[in-house]
Write a protein that binds this ligand. Structure first.
Ligand SMILES: [Zn+2]
Length: 371
């Protein structure tokens, strides 16, 4: 995916028409899943392109080829280790930074550890040669930092030093879903650009096109469109999130189908069904489902599962917003554990037993205190 998305066209033209990059650092900010990362990459590719057409990367020149091969000497992407497998991201450019900075100088085999969800100070320090030494080519050097809010405080401070003494011809592109979590001093050094969100119909058309391209299927007819609408709602109307959800749509439907029928709900069986799937994903599904129970119970609104109103209404009659809120808080405390569970099945059993308790509290003999 290497083009400006339809809902980003106005912004793109405004930036290009005015030559409107006034800073050595820009911050692309906005909700997750609206195409900020693809915009940032295309923007970088276009700035590096040898032969841009109407300011857009030509896709033909040697620079564009390097960029697509993830070997451009004037471009580095810095991401948390957990995201290094993101399909569209340079493996060579990112891991180069990684291995230089976090290698094992003794040559001993590394101790196995979980990949980090944060951008570390060593990753930022490892940029020194790239930003301060002269480039392999003349022109811009570009550093893309994504998601910028995953920099820990040491990494943020290390970046701040670079932003305070900006190296020549280097452009930092920070991309953030939660820009309020960035250091204010980092934010204030950047030209901040609010990224546009597509309206529902535009998002739906894009999603339909993407699924057609990836699966060769065209989802015509009401069923297909309704499925996509449901995915969009589940994603909070973020099309890239919806596309990611499409891959697990069948499992999600099975999961919702069992948890919306508490009389037939067997927490142990569901734990078994889910144990080999991504736990974080299951927790998120449960959070969204319970969020709908909460706001429907309190205000009659459904955000993520508009096609399940009948079941949500029935469940709300068997519990209270207060109990759902307590359960959501409990889920929040468990969410961090989902990254490193000792036993996936036990983890799931615990959260699902407490979910069942929302509707049949005495059946399992557990009290809220146990939560
Ligand atoms: Zn080009």
């Amino acid at each position: 995916m290497s083009a400006v998305l339809r809902w980003q066209n106005t912004l793109w033209h405004a930036l290009m028409r005015n030559g409107d990059i006034r800073s050595h650092a820009i911050l692309l900010k906005g909700r997750k899943g609206i195409g900020k990362f693809s915009f940032a990459r295309f923007f970088a590719k276009s700035l590096l392109c040898k032969n841009p057409l109407d300011h857009r990367a030509c896709g033909q020149c040697v620079s564009c080829n390097w960029f697509e091969q993830h070997t451009h000497p004037n471009f580095v992407a810095v991401l948390p280790e957990t995201m290094l497998s993101v399909e569209t991201v340079s493996s060579s450019q990112t891991t180069a930074v990684q291995s230089e900075s976090e290698g094992h100088p003794s040559g001993d085999s590394p101790v196995k550890r979980k990949p980090s969800q944060h951008i570390s100070i060593s990753q930022i320090r490892a940029l020194d040669d790239f930003v301060y030494l002269s480039g392999h080519q003349s022109g811009h050097k570009i550093v893309l930092i994504y998601p910028a809010e995953t920099m820990n405080s040491a990494a943020s401070n290390a970046l701040l030093k670079k932003l305070e003494e900006p190296p020549e011809q280097v452009l930092f592109i920070l991309v953030s879903h939660r820009s309020h979590r960035l250091l204010p001093t980092v934010r204030s050094r950047c030209q901040q650009i609010a990224m546009p969100v597509p309206d529902t119909e535009t998002a739906l058309a894009w999603l339909q096109q993407q699924i057609k391209v990836s699966s060769g299927q065209l989802l015509n007819g009401n069923t297909g469109v309704n499925q996509l609408r449901a995915l969009l709602a589940l994603s909070g109307y973020s099309p890239f999130e919806a596309l990611a959800f499409a891959e697990s749509d069948t499992q999600h439907r099975q999961f919702i189908d069992v948890i919306r029928n508490p009389d037939r709900f067997d927490p142990l069986a569901v734990a078994e069904m889910q144990q080999n799937l991504d736990l974080i994903m299951t927790v998120e599904w449960l959070q969204k489902w319970c969020y709908d129970l909460l706001i429907f119970g309190a205000a009659g609104i459904i955000r993520y599962h508009p096609d399940c109103e009948m079941h949500i209404r029935a469940l709300c009659q068997r519990t209270t917003p207060h109990a759902v809120l307590a359960y959501l808080r409990f889920l929040n405390t468990r969410q961090a554990l989902a990254y490193h569970p000792l036993q996936a099945k036990l983890f799931l059993e615990e959260i699902l037993i407490h979910y069942a308790e929302l509707f049949t509290p005495v059946l399992f003999g557990l009290t809220r205190d146990a939560v």
